[in-house]
Design a protein around this ligand. Sequence first.
Ligand SMILES: Nc1ncnc2c1ncn2[C@@H]1O[C@H](COP(=O)(O)OP(=O)(O)OP(=O)(O)O)[C@@H](O)[C@H]1O
Ligand SMILES: [Mg+2]
Length: 251
Amino acid sequence: MTLLDVAELERSFGSIRALDGATFSVERGELVGIIGPNGAGKTTLFNCVSGVLDSDAGTVTFDGTDITDVEPYELARRGMVRTFQQTRELSTMSVGDNMLLPTPDHPGERAHHAILRTEATQSREREAHERAEELLDLFDLETMVDEYAGALSGGQRKLLELARALMLDPDLLLLDEPFAGVNPTLTRDIAAHIESLNDDGLTLVIIEHELETLTDLVDRLIVLTNGSVLTTGTPAEILEDQRVIDAYLGS
Ligand SMILES: Nc1ncnc2c1ncn2[C@@H]1O[C@H](COP(=O)(O)OP(=O)(O)OP(=O)(O)O)[C@@H](O)[C@H]1O
Ligand SMILES: [Mg+2]
């Protein structure tokens, strides 16, 4: 079953056509990589899919519903969460508090009695705290819980960003360069976490330049060049595709 369908997506910045008819889909349960030269439009693609940027044309369908240009907050509520190439932790806030930032409200609950609302809120807060603790444990960040996020290494920041995205309990997770600037040991850790999340049923799309790690990890690669999809296939197929080699050499 198709979870994400992107059709003919377009987005320009002045005269730069960052997205030029990008079209692809992702099946539920897939672990997909997106590669392409610098400036190919990969981040813009995530920005448009996740509602961070409005697209100029084209459609994005998530789980059968048209979500083109729906706000990121609303998409997170519906199960689509993304991370950023430049991590967005709040450095003067503790690691633990960073984890609690994205917890969505659960609107639509009509608690007329203040006391009920308070209890519901408290129970949600308790659940969020427990989940945050669980995730920090899982990602070996538990000893950092009271440290400022700014004290983390680049790799730990990527881990925190991943852990924080998981607070929203997504069905689809979009990761923009999760291995960039991460040392080899942490890279292996992050890759192992991604693999086990996918084994547990999470669908992931990962933009990455670090091809060695990525090709080991993913079921399928999508190659983006000049704002559109050049080709898609298994890592083995893609790495020996002459058009892909040319696209990289040409950049
Ligand atoms: N906010 C913006 N304003 C103007 N131009 C932009 C903006 N965002 C992206 N671009 C341009 O759009 C094109 C695609 O950029 P994008 O960041 O999507 O590429 P990318 O594939 O993610 O590259 P990289 O691998 O370096 O991260 C580039 O030419 C870039 O300069
Ligand atoms: Mg990018």
